[in-house]
Ligand binder design. Structure first.
Ligand code: ZN
Length: 134
């Protein structure tokens, strides 16, 4: 597996509308895309900081894992996403061979048309980790 860069940081927020003024007006970043990912029950807003993106995640249902995360831990950094160059499935196979617990056994579709898969924080030193590829 080859990690090329940090693709984005996922940040759990209660409301994108309430969070955006901080990112746009105070930090001076620009939101360039807002998209709902139905199967994950989230609405996402993307901002760019150099080559790294921030992905704001707002729950669209109380059943959303983001809603549960906010309930337990409050708003904050939710996951770290690495871009991999040689396929998410290859990376997952390699992770499994290293006895890393997988949340997704196979890549699925994420926001911005990426192929994504999550690794369990219990085997990634406490950080929910996403692997993604265009
Ligand atoms: Zn993500």
């Amino acid at each position: 597996m080859k990690i090329s860069h940090i693709e984005h940081l996922g940040i759990a927020v209660k409301s994108i509308e309430a969070a955006l003024p901080y990112y746009e007006k105070v930090l001076g970043l620009k939101c360039y895309n807002i998209e709902t990912v139905e199967d994950q029950k989230v609405r996402t807003a993307f901002l760019k900081v150099g080559d790294v993106k921030l992905e704001l995640l707002e729950p669209t249902s109380p059943e959303s894992t983001i809603a549960k995360f906010i309930e337990k831990k409050g708003q904050g950094i939710h996951h770290l996403a690495f871009a991999v160059e040689d396929g998410v499935q290859n990376a997952l196979n390699e992770m499994e061979a290293n006895e890393i617990r997988l949340i997704d056994k196979a890549p699925r579709g994420g926001a911005e048309g990426l192929h994504i898969a999550f690794l369990h924080p219990k085997s990634t030193q406490g950080i929910l980790t996403e692997l993604c590829e265009k």
